[in-house]
Design a protein around this ligand. Structure first.
Ligand code: NAD
Ligand code: TDX
Length: 340
């Protein structure tokens, strides 16, 4: 049976990826490898651990630990989700972003090469392309759009993209890259827009909208992203990049309105406009026609329904997010929003 090393498997998307493959009874063994940073939570996958899913705590920058894991479990494929993932934290300090997203990716690529890994999939982001004008809905990011990252986070992810590309061209490493738009869904860490706003409202707290609230993102349900990653892993062509998107552009104001309506909270009382994010990208929009044309993937979930499912998940899993919000995360929240 194929054994896949899933880095960052205790985070938001990695845990949903493991959950989806188990649910579908895919004939694979999964080694969930995670450092358990502030964003990693073993509770996200603990119900799945057993013969099919094994957990290993480790840092992707630790060569010896990764090599031992690859050998011990006969890993033949790597799906690389692990990253520092929050733009606002990268503005407060970029060191951990360069360490994990650049050095960590380089360490994994070298191990993939020396251990003769059969497939290496790098989970990247639409943010590597930079920003789009809001008054040109006809323009979207394609796989040919030049990389123009604007935040320390996206710069570190783009560096990873470049290393992956270089290992293909120089060493013929069997690599695949996906670049996805904004995800939402269960297990999303409550520092990101949607889970932060949903949980704040459940606590009867205001929601902080950056700038004029008109920045645009293309939102995709996390299970659709995970399905795309597995599709690319199975059928993608080595050395290729595949954009993944929801064809679902919305301003932050629109998202906020939908969440408020769903939670029966009035705008005037609960929305607080706060100082903008420095260097805030105005618009992301993905052209996902290549993955549809070549691999037959397209999103299955509609936003109107999936956002309801997501909000309900936070209602049903109050302990999960309350534990996070009352721990170390509280210190970050107080610093991040103190003077805004
Ligand atoms: P997340 O922050 O929720 O999870 C990241 C996980 O990686 C955590 O479990 C963390 O403990 C782990 N990790 C961090 N540093 C590590 C290290 N040095 N060694 C081992 N594990 C480490 O992030 P996410 O939202 O699940 O994102 C996963 C991937 O998808 C990232 O590469 C991100 O760039 C990409 N992505 C995210 C989105 C999105 O909307 N969230 C969209 C496109 C792409
Ligand atoms: O408090 C907030 N108020 C607000 O207005 C927060 C946290 C965010 N925002 C805005 C900023 C963005 O325009 O909402 C939008 C979404 O913000 P985030 O949830 O922080 O996501 P974003 O910066 O778009 O990045 C996300 O998508 C791409 C992920 O965090 C990345 O890991 C992924 O690569």
């Amino acid at each position: 049976m194929t054994t896949i090393l899933v880095t960052g498997a205790a985070g938001f998307i990695g845990s949903n990826f493991v959950r989806l493959l188990v649910k579908r009874k895919e004939p694979v063994r999964l080694v969930a490898f995670d450092k358990l940073t502030y964003a990693g939570n073993l509770a996200n996958i603990s119900d799945l651990l057993g013969d099919q899913v094994i957990f290993v705590k480790g840092d992707i920058c630790d060569t010896d630990k990764v090599v031992r894991t690859v050998r011990d479990y006969h890993v033949s494929q790597i799906v690389h989700f692990a990253a520092e993932s929050h733009v606002d934290r990268s503005i407060l300090g970029s060191g951990p972003f360069v360490q994990t997203n650049v050095v960590g990716t380089q360490v994994l690529l070298d191990i993939a090469k020396s251990e003769r890994i059969e497939k290496f999939l790098y989970v990247s982001t639409d943010e590597v392309y930079g920003t789009l004008p809001e008054d040109r809905p006809d323009i979207k990011f394609t796989e040919e759009t030049p990389l123009q990252p604007n935040s320390p986070y996206s710069a570190s992810k783009a560096a990873g993209d470049c290393l992956v590309r270089a290992y293909f061209h120089t060493f013929g490493l069997p690599v695949l890259t996906t670049r996805c738009s904004n995800n939402y869904g269960p297990y999303h860490f409550p520092e990101k827009l949607i889970p932060l706003f949903v949980t704040n409202l459940m606590e009867n707290k205001q929601v902080p909208l950056y700038g004029d609230g008109k920045n645009i993102r293309d939102w995709l349900y996390v299970e659709d992203h995970c399905d795309a990653v597995y599709t690319v892993l199975q059928k993608g062509r080595f050395g290729e990049v595949y954009n993944v998107g929801g064809n679902n552009e919305m301003t932050n104001r629109q998202i906020t309105e939908i969440i408020l309506r769903e939670m029966n909270k009035p705008w005037d009382k609960f929305v607080r406009y706060v100082q903008d994010r420095p260097g805030h990208d105005r618009r992301y929009a993905i052209d996902a026609s290549k993955i549809k044309r070549e691999l037959g993937w397209e999103p299955k979930h509609r936003f109107e329904q999936a956002i309801k499912t997501t909000i309900q998940w936070y209602r049903d899993n109050e302990k999960w997010w309350r534990d996070i919000k009352s721990g170390d995360y509280l210190k970050y929240y107080e610093t991040q929003y103190a003077h805004r």
